[in-house]
Design a protein around this ligand. Structure first.
Ligand code: GPV
Length: 835
């Protein structure tokens, strides 16, 4: 590449190469330069926001230098790349992460102090990048961190939503949604106005005969929306590798058509067209584990998939390789079924644009290590289906291709199972319902070479329930498991710096942050008095920090010596925050029934909740209301005092999780067995020295295997018994647990206000079959909480449990996940810098 540039010019470029800052002096210079030029301010009006902006720009400049070199290296080496397609990337804040990953936080701290700022205040200025709902989006963010940290040539592709997940306010105990407009100043993105893709919608398909006498499909008419790339640098930890997250933004194609309208005085409608185009990337759909089948959502999906594939193909074509080599150069991971149209779009490009024959094209599309599909749920309401009519209208050519894919697929199934008519109906990509629907999961399985679940139980469940027929058809090898993980950089080093430093001091280095299995050496120290003392002190300090935050945001005083019991995650009936709050009410009633002398012997508890409800999920909103209603009674009851406090923390997000996770003693992961695919916050809490109370569900099972049964509190019915229990509720006699019945009576007395509001929650258990088994698990839940209390009284032993559990968490690093995907699904190698 270099050889094409004449020597003298090359010299001039080299002489003037931008250098990254190395000292705090150089860093300060950069900050001041950005304050004075990029921000047009000065010493006299540089507030914390401006200092944040300038600091971020200084770091962004640094990242871009590494980013350029990484991209050059990847292009030059022309090795296989991974493309992670996700509609959600829940990144949180970038500055602290960038400083830690490039190893310059101390430098920045000194520099900022010199200029009169405290680094924590500056970090706190940043608005979270909240382009995701919950676990699925955060998993994508952890994977990007691991991919870069392990030097994999990898790109993330997503949408640049103008509005991320809404901001939650609690008003009179109810959730109120406020738009999250986060783009007014975002120093972390690079607009690439020169990187655009035209994306077509609507129109019709014509069959024409080409010069070679072949009949080909031409998709014509409709409208064009332009995708503009915005690039976000993703720094790896302790490596110069800096990967790219490319987010697409939609804008109108200002073509001749617009001008005609404009000239003919139709200004308003040409503006309206522009606005319509821009709505595509306007807003993140705020549903977690739920698909509502909105047309705009399908538009988002195709817009993002078409732009990303065009980009991927464009990059591949630069290498001048034959199409057959595409699966050797490109691995595409589908984060749930949202990007499934990529399979159809690639087939369309190959046959309609590149002129390949169907069979050859389909061989490439389904090639080994081409598409992988990750499933994240078995809940039927979350499985995507699109009405055939809608797909026909929006993407007429794609519907034809889907029908052809289905035809060939069903023909082969028919050959394989000639005596089984029903299997065809069951596995068809088209559901013969009224209206007919396209089943995206079926399309994803047929088009991918590997399908994975996200924890062992979940991966077994998909093979035996929702995708059973496909195991018969393709054999068990198409299905695999990759248990989720989390990045220890953000979730230990960044969120809990003191614990990270203590561990580093004992292990002799920070290497464990890149090889988390090294934590196991901590087990040798569980009897070290001094170490245990420091360990406990750090947990206490983290609880003090959270108590301070609680005081500031809710006005409630909590005692940091109390047992902190945390459940933070999206509000969902299957996650069972209702079980938790019913348990809290039971505790309250138990305390109330005691004499003051008995009460004195009880262990103080702080019950902390947080999480958003989808705006249209009425029952989830009632649960939030009940939690707040219970809090306002319990927190003001003088009989109770410090013995029980109930808090709902507003607007739970990534940056708040970084304060909450390190401060928990016990956290709740209490989904109905078989419903939570994996869960990842369970891992975050244990990695920070908290224990968990949980059901035998998702990754809880593997956490138990790793940390040992003595270091976790399990309760409740097993997944294998759920179906029978549900059946018995509906067809047998259904009796409610007596302790739970007392809780219901208390609510119905009006102790917590609005009886009317809470009646539906009670009816769901009493009258509507208790689908989530709240009553079945209640007794076991209460008994297990008693064990938690007892165990916590023995602080010495509790700390031993805490250390032991952390020491055994190495498996849950997202680095381990990435190695498993790279090996078993993508067939890609890392590309470290050769110095
Ligand atoms: I489907 N998940 C999510 O956050 N949103 C969704 O729409 C769907 C799944 C979650 C699962 O609920 C978690 O169990 C899992 O840990 C996470 O995806 C990552 O795999």
């Amino acid at each position: 590449v270099e050889a094409s540039i004449p020597e003298p010019q090359r010299e001039a470029w080299k002489r003037n190469q931008t250098a990254a800052f190395k000292s705090s002096d150089e860093f300060e210079k950069e900050v001041v330069r950005h304050v004075e030029t990029s921000l047009a301010r000065s010493m006299f009006n540089c507030d914390e926001k401006a200092a944040y902006s300038a600091t971020s720009l200084a770091f962004r400049d640094r990242l871009i230098l590494d980013w350029n070199k990484t991209q050059q290296r990847q292009t030059y080496r022309d090795s296989k790349r991974v493309y992670y397609l996700s509609l959600e990337f829940l990144m949180g804040r970038a500055l602290d992460n960038a400083m830690l990953n490039v190893g310059m936080k101390d430098t920045a701290k000194a520099g900022l102090a010199d200029l009169g700022f405290r680094i924590e205040d500056i970090i706190g200025q940043e608005h979270d990048a909240a382009l995701g709902n919950g676990g699925l989006g955060r998993l994508a963010a952890c994977f990007l961190d691991s991919l870069a940290s392990l030097d994999f040539p990898a790109w993330g592709y997503g949408l640049r939503y103008r509005y991320g997940i809404f901001k939650q306010e609690i008003i009179d105990g109810y959730q109120v949604e406020v738009p999250d407009y986060w783009l007014d100043f975002n120093p972390w993105e690079f607009p690439r106005h020169d990187v655009t893709v035209d994306v077509q919608f609507f129109g019709s398909v014509k069959k024409v005969t080409n010069e070679e006498g072949k009949s080909v499909a031409v998709w014509e008419g409709g409208e064009i929306v332009v995708a503009v790339a915005y690039d976000v640098p993703i720094p790896g930890y302790d490596t110069p590798t800096t990967n790219n997250l490319r987010l697409w933004s939609s804008k109108a194609s200002g073509g001749e058509f617009d001008f005609q309208k404009f000239n003919s005085g139709d200004y308003e409608s040409s503006v309206a067209e522009q606005q319509r185009a821009e709505t595509i990337s306007n807003v993140l759909y705020p549903n977690d584990n739920l698909e509502r089948g909105k047309e705009l959502r399908l538009k988002q999906q195709y817009f993002w998939v078409a732009a990303s594939l065009y980009d991927i193909v464009r990059r591949f074509k630069k290498s001048k390789r034959a199409w057959r080599e595409f699966p050797e150069q490109v691995a595409i991971q589908l984060n749930d079924t949202h990007p499934t149209l990529a399979i159809v779009e690639l087939q369309r490009i190959l046959i309609d644009v590149e002129g390949l024959e169907w069979d050859l094209a389909w061989e490439i599309v389904t090639g080994t290590s081409q598409f992988g599909y990750t499933n994240h749920t078995v809940l039927p309401e979350a499985l995507e289906k699109w009405p055939v009519g809608l797909v026909q209208h929006l993407l007429p050519r794609h519907l034809q291709i889907i029908y052809d894919i289905n035809l060939f697929f069903l023909q082969s199934v028919e050959k394989q199972f000639p005596d089984d008519r029903d299997i065809l109906t069951r596995v068809s990509i088209i559901e013969e319902s009224q209206p007919k629907m396209v089943r995206m999961a079926h399309l994803a399985i047929v088009g991918s070479h590997k399908v994975n679940g996200v924890a062992e139980l979940h991966s077994d469940l998909i093979k035996t329930t929702i995708f059973k027929d496909f195991v018969e058809i393709y054999g068990p090898d198409r299905f695999t498991n990759v248990t989720n993980g989390i990045t220890p950089r953000r979730w230990l080093h960044q969120a809990n710096p003191r614990l990270s430093e203590l561990i580093a001091s004992k292990l002799g280095s920070h290497e464990f942050l890149k090889d988390l299995s090294q934590l196991n050496k901590l087990e040798l120290l569980v009897q070290d008095k001094e170490f245990k003392k420091e360990w406990a002190e750090i947990k206490f300090a983290n609880k003090v920090r959270l108590a301070k935050y609680i005081k500031e945001t809710t006005g409630v005083n909590v005692n940091p010596s109390a047992l902190f019991d945390v459940q933070v995650k999206r509000i969902h009936e299957y996650k069972r925050q209702q079980l938790n709050i019913f348990g809290v009410i039971h505790r309250y009633l138990t305390l109330k029934a005691m004499t003051p002398a008995e009460r004195k012997k009880q262990l103080p508890r702080v019950s902390i909740f947080g999480g958003k409800a989808a705006p249209g999920y009425w029952m989830a909103k009632q649960i939030i209301h009940l939690i707040n209603a219970v809090g306002s009674v319990v927190n003001n009851d003088e009989d109770i005092g410090d013995l029980l406090k109930v808090l709902f923390l507003e607007d739970y997000n990534v940056s708040k999780a970084e304060i909450i996770c390190p401060a928990s003693d016990i956290s709740e992961h209490i989904s109905t067995a078989g419903t939570e695919a994996s869960g990842t916050s369970n891992m975050k809490f244990v990695l920070n020295g908290g224990l968990i109370i949980g059901t035998c569900d998702g990754a809880n099972i593997e956490i138990t295997r790793e940390v040992g049964e003595n270091n976790i509190f399990l309760f409740g019915n097993l997944a294998e018994d759920v179906e029978d229990l549900r059946h018995a509720h509906t067809y047998g006699s259904h009796t409610i647990d007596p302790d739970l019945a007392k809780v219901f009576e208390e609510i119905q007395k009006g102790t917590f206000g609005s009886v009317h509001d809470f009646s539906a929650m009670i009816a769901a258990v009493k009258d509507h079959g208790d689908y989530y088994l709240v009553s079945d698990d209640f007794h076991s839940y209460i008994e297990t909480h008693k064990l938690v209390d007892e165990a916590y009284r023995d602080q010495e032993q509790w700390v031993v449990k805490s250390i032991t559990a952390v020491a055994r968490m190495g498996f849950f690093s997202s680095d381990r996940c990435i190695y498993e995907y790279a090996d078993g699904i993508w067939n890609v190698e890392p590309l470290p810098r050769r110095d």
